[in-house]
Design a protein around this ligand. Structure first.
Ligand code: PBG
Length: 328
């Protein structure tokens, strides 16, 4: 029997010993902060289901971007809340559309100091809340949607985005976006593909954040939570189509998928700790039921341990400050 010769507790005895043998490193540069910008807002508006997160105005998003860069975060992921939505998401590709204006604002403020990413999807811009264009029968029309994504990608790159992140789970979206960027001369704009994106209940608070009311669900395009092998196929296709980085989303309920993806590919892998993951911890902490800071750091470390090189998290600034402060 190994005991009493083997005593794993020897390596846990002091903080210095634990630091020495720690396997997983978490650094501010690995964190990406998602940010919401509300068109026409004069001051930031709180998002009720995401305490601590706001819909920014043009002015406060600049300030918050500077703060994030000062905290050392690796990148920003921009989302917009447009004033007007319609059936085809017209605002998405318009140069003066809410997201494209926000990209310009942020790039002009911090563009040299960080990586500015843009979510590339129609759901914030459509009145029906789906990620694509609808057929007269009401189903999401894959191939018609690709054209809208192409125009949106070029508009985002024209606005100065360093990375565009197609998140609509349309077949062929990465190839379409890559082709459109190249045709427009944007060879150096990278594509972060939301490759394995599940039809998840954990996006709930995000709907508040972008004021999207969805009719129906997204199960004809986002993945079934029961499937992991299918995620490998989605990831393979996206890399073959030209993705520079791939993402698994949500994070915590899909750590097994994340670990498999990390083992299988040779591009950076991101994971998105989504709005519902954030809200659960904040709500429990507000009730005194969980140690907030501990839960945040444990969850981020777990996502890194499972294989994420990059973690998108609404706690990016908070965590970055803690990491560069007194240590863990
Ligand atoms: C699509 C998009 C969504 C999220 C990120 N990009 C919503 C969805 O797919 O339903 C969710 C992020 C979160 O919940 O934090 N534009």
């Amino acid at each position: 029997m190994p005991y009493p010769n083997e005593r794993p507790r020897r390596l846990r005895r002091t903080p210095a010993m634990r630091r020495l043998v720690s396997e997983t490193m978490l650094e501010p540069r690995q964190l990406v902060l998602p940010m919401f910008v509300r068109e026409g807002a004069v001051e930031p508006r709180p998002i009720l289901s995401m305490p601590g997160v706001v819909q920014h105005s043009a002015e406060t998003v600049r300030k918050a971007a500077v703060e994030a860069v000062e905290a050392g975060v690796g990148g920003l992921m921009l989302f917009a809340v447009p004033e007007h939505k319609d059936a085809v998401g017209t605002g998405a590709a318009a140069p003066d559309g809410a997201l494209n204006v926000a990209i310009r604002e942020v790039v002009s403020e911090v563009g040299d100091a960080t990586v500015v990413m843009a979510d590339l999807c129609l759901d914030e811009f459509t009145d029906h809340g789906h990620c694509g264009l609808l057929t007269p029968g009401g189903t999401v029309d894959n191939d018609a949607t690709l054209g809208a994504y192409e125009a949106m990608a070029v508009a985002q790159a024209d606005a100065g985005a360093h990375v565009v992140a197609p998140s609509g789970m349309m077949d062929g979206q990465v190839a379409a976006v890559r082709g459109a960027l190249d045709a427009a001369g944007h060879h150096d704009v990278a594509v972060l593909a939301y490759a394995a994106k599940y039809a998840s209940a954990f996006y709930g608070p995000f709907r508040d954040a972008v004021e999207s009311s969805l009719s129906g669900d997204r199960r004809t395009y986002q993945q079934d939570p029961a499937n992991a092998t299918e995620a490998m196929r989605e990831v393979r296709l996206d890399i073959e189509e030209g993705a520079d980085m791939v993402m698994v989303k949500p994070a915590m309920s899909y750590l097994d998928v994340l670990a498999r993806v990390r083992d299988a590919v040779d591009v950076p892998v991101a994971a998105y700790q989504v709005s519902g993951e954030y809200a659960m911890v904040e709500a429990a902490a507000a009730n005194g039921w969980i140690d907030r800071d501990h839960a945040i750091m444990e969850s981020l470390t777990s996502i890194r341990r499972a294989g994420a090189d990059i973690v998108l998290t609404y706690w990016a600034v908070d965590a970055a400050r803690r990491l560069s402060g007194a240590g863990r």
